[in-house]
Design a protein around this ligand. Structure first.
Ligand SMILES: Cc1cc2nc3c(=O)[nH]c(=O)nc-3n(C[C@H](O)[C@H](O)[C@H](O)COP(=O)(O)OP(=O)(O)OC[C@H]3O[C@@H](n4cnc5c(N)ncnc54)[C@H](O)[C@@H]3O)c2cc1C
Length: 395
């Protein structure tokens, strides 16, 4: 793939750069002490502004509110957002995985109804896949949906639902036929989280946040019109979502890593190690250079994933390589950060001794979940072993 920008891409970049220069808010980094909800409202407003400016859904079709541009322009977009130190989008799952699933599998009516509001952040989405007995083995899920006239009656439970507390809608996988092999008989439905019978309970993580939830469903009515793809063929739709989660989700992350890397280098100039600035310590220099190289590898692997999607329209199983890489890289990077910052790195904000309002303590703890969310590292290695290397299937 040619990584040089074409004339069109350069023009796109310049237009975006000018817009970001006048519109990026400067106070996002100072808001770490605000509540999860207040910070989220701020990000929703920021996403709405991006949407109004024509900068949400760069590669999504124009008729659904996107920009209709190329995937390469989407990549340029992420790079410029990072350079401008712009806050992230609020509707992370809607934009990254659920919107693309609706584009690939949804009806025309569903695309018109849901996609523009995902882009504008007027409707926030969560993903209802995992259950207490169905994580790695997702096909084991039991949350049931029985057909009852023009709607399904949903009963059961989901768990670990990121953004469940903020969500207006949920991409839910349910069992519509319990009498067939477990990968069959599953269906994906779009659930309005305000429907009577939906209960959202917070789950507290070791970071102290309640970023994700448990969802309980008691006789929840979901219209038949909200089925995505075909009834009992939800496994293919769910795998489509997971492929996006593994293949393209890292695009924005790579930029965040780059920004964190630059900040860590700044800090390593200030923090002392053996009586001199940490950047002068040979071991610290080695580790920083290694992280830098790995972040660059992540960028190139991301380009490879995008290149495949441009050619085929869908991400492939090699997205699992990217998933392992970004999650394990972040854990290595956060470890290096703790080694450089010493005890100060462990202090959470708000505290006058905390580094960057406790961002590094949070980052270290939060990174532990990276090798579990979107499928564990063991599962990704099984996928690579079977689908990429052609090894026998794991049981
Ligand atoms: C931060 C975070 C956010 C999340 N957000 C969401 C969300 O928004 N929506 C959602 O639906 N889910 C979400 N999840 C859930 C996540 O998808 C599951 O936790 C994950 O798929 C693992 O499932 P499990 O927790 O049931 O572990 P299990 O599947 O029980 O696995 C336990 C251990 O056994 C290993 N293992 C299992 N099977 C195999 C095998 N065949 N070969 C080798 N090793 C194996 C696993 O790797 C793991 O180490 C989130 C999780 C986290 C940590």
């Amino acid at each position: 793939m040619d990584l040089n920008l074409t004339a069109d891409e350069l023009a796109f970049r310049d237009e975006l750069r000018a817009w970001l220069k006048t519109n990026v808010p400067k106070d996002w980094d100072e808001r770490r002490e605000e509540s999860l909800e207040a910070r989220f409202d701020y990000l929703k407003r920021w996403q709405f502004k991006l949407y109004q400016g024509g900068w949400a859904g760069i590669s999504w079709p124009k008729e659904y509110g996107g920009r209709g541009a190329s995937l390469m322009q989407q990549v340029v977009f992420w790079q410029e957002m990072a350079l401008a130190n712009a806050p992230p989008f609020a509707n992370v799952l809607g934009l990254g995985i659920i919107g693309p699933t609706i584009i690939a599998f949804g009806t025309e009516a569903q695309k018109k109804r849901y996609l523009p509001k995902i882009l504008s952040a007027e409707e926030i989405w969560c993903q209802g896949f995992s259950e207490p007995d169905a994580g790695s083995d997702l096909a084991n899920l039991r949350c049931e949906a029985r057909l009852d006239g023009d709607h399904y009656m949903v009963n059961g439970q989901k768990v670990w639902n990121s953004y469940g507390w903020a969500a207006d809608w949920c991409e839910l996988v349910v069992r519509t036929d319990p009498n067939v092999p477990k990968h069959k008989g599953l269906t994906v439905v779009l659930l309005d989280m305000k429907t009577p019978g939906v209960e959202v309970r917070p789950l507290r993580q070791m970071t102290g946040e309640t970023e994700f939830n448990e969802l309980f469903f008691h006789d929840v009515k979901v219209p038949v019109a909200n089925v995505v793809g075909k009834v009992n063929e939800g496994w293919d739709v769910a795998i489509g979502t997971l492929m996006h989660e593994r293949g393209t989700f890292g695009a924005g992350l790579q930029i965040v890593y780059k920004r964190n890397m630059e900040r860590l280098i700044e800090l390593a100039r200030k923090f002392q190690r053996n009586g001199r600035p940490a950047v002068e310590d040979p071991l610290v220099r080695q580790k920083l250079a290694q992280c830098y190289a790995e972040i660059e590898i992540m960028r190139l692997n991301q380009m490879r994933a995008f290149s495949r999607i441009s050619a085929t329209g869908v991400p492939g199983p090699e997205g699992s390589i990217q998933k392992i890489f970004w999650s394990e890289l972040n854990q290595r990077f956060q470890q290096v950060a703790q080694e450089i910052l010493g005890p100060y790195g462990q202090i959470e904000g708000p505290d006058s001794h905390a580094v960057d309002n406790g961002m590094w303590a949070y980052g270290y703890l939060r990174s532990r979940g990276n090798t579990i969310e979107a499928g564990t590292s063991e599962i990704q290695r099984n996928i690579i072993g079977h689908f990429v290397l052609g090894l026998p299937k794991s049981y």
